[in-house]
Design a protein around this ligand. Structure first.
Ligand SMILES: Cc1cc2nc3c(=O)[nH]c(=O)nc-3n(C[C@H](O)[C@H](O)[C@H](O)COP(=O)(O)O)c2cc1C
Length: 260
């Protein structure tokens, strides 16, 4: 048996969970290939027996980069077994239901649908910052949860969490408002004068939204607010509303294969 896991991760959490899937499936002798949705690689699912889709949650839903990927995912006639997971700062999210709906119409058989809590990377906008102790507990629980999900999958059972159509409707409204306000929100990002112009943010922005102009990093209006740039800056020189933000993802962001 061979699987493929497609993920989008802004600051490392969703990729960290993807790595747990890979590691734990391996203990059953099952290999899964991890593919970043940002890669230009053509989508080819024919040589796999099952598929896993992992997404971050931004304002209750999966970001556009993920819905665009789901649109491109080819139809399948063989009812391909599918695991869908999200990572979010809260305990649950209906983003998994939204993603499941989009691809079950294409013939995918959603056997596991689960929202996995991870440390909140946007505590300065909403929610709270977990303490180091809470963060370790969240990571431990997330790791255990992946093991449980894999066991359910291996035992040919099913699990559909966060399945409320009503909550999904509300989530979609708030997500739409968020997406519409992204060009405005991206104006909140600025780089400090001491910026070394190393270009790490520019090379790793999933939206190619950053350029250097007249020696300054300029944030344009395509930003999706994934917060990758803020968390990878070697001098923590990116400000949100002129405020310095603690790089809470420093420990996990390196799991992304960054362009150095
Ligand atoms: C712009 C933005 C919006 C977010 N909205 C939510 C949300 O609605 N609910 C939630 O529980 N977490 C929310 N979060 C927190 C992230 O979903 C969470 O930290 C996630 O694990 C980050 O994954 P990543 O590191 O793979 O990008 C949000 C984060 C960002 C940056």
């Amino acid at each position: 048996m061979k699987g493929v896991l497609y993920y989008f991760s802004g600051t490392g959490n969703t990729k960290w969970v993807a790595d747990r899937f890979k590691e734990n499936f391996k203990s059953y002798g099952i290999d899964i290939k991890l593919i970043n949705m940002e890669s230009e690689e053509p989508i080819n699912i024919k040589c796999y027996d099952f598929i896993i889709i992992g997404s971050v949650v931004h304002s209750n839903m999966e970001p556009k980069i993920v819905s665009d990927f789901l649109k491109k995912l080819p139809d399948t006639k063989k009812k391909m077994k599918t695991i869908i997971y999200s990572t979010q700062g809260g305990k649950s999210s209906v983003a998994v239901l939204s993603m499941a709906k989009k691809i079950s119409q294409k013939g995918y058989d959603i056997v596991v649908q689960s929202a996995i809590r991870m440390p909140n990377n946007c505590y300065f906008i909403s929610g709270k910052k977990p303490t180091k102790k809470e963060e370790n507990e969240i990571l431990k629980d997330a790791s255990e949860k992946v093991k449980e999900l894999i066991k359910i999958f291996i035992d040919n059972k099913r699990l559909k969490e966060n399945n409320s159509i009503f909550k999904m409707g509300i989530g979609k409204i708030s997500s739409k408002l968020f997406k519409n306000s992204l060009p405005k929100l991206s104006k909140n990002l600025t780089a400090i004068e001491e910026c070394k112009k190393c270009g790490l943010c520019l090379r790793n922005c999933p939206k190619n939204n950053i350029t250097f102009e007249d020696g300054h990093a300029v944030f344009h209006s395509k930003c999706m607010l994934c917060l990758r740039c803020m968390n990878i800056c070697p001098i923590n020189g990116i400000r949100y509303k002129n405020k310095k933000i603690e790089q809470v993802q420093r420990d996990r962001i390196n799991v992304l294969n960054l362009n150095k």
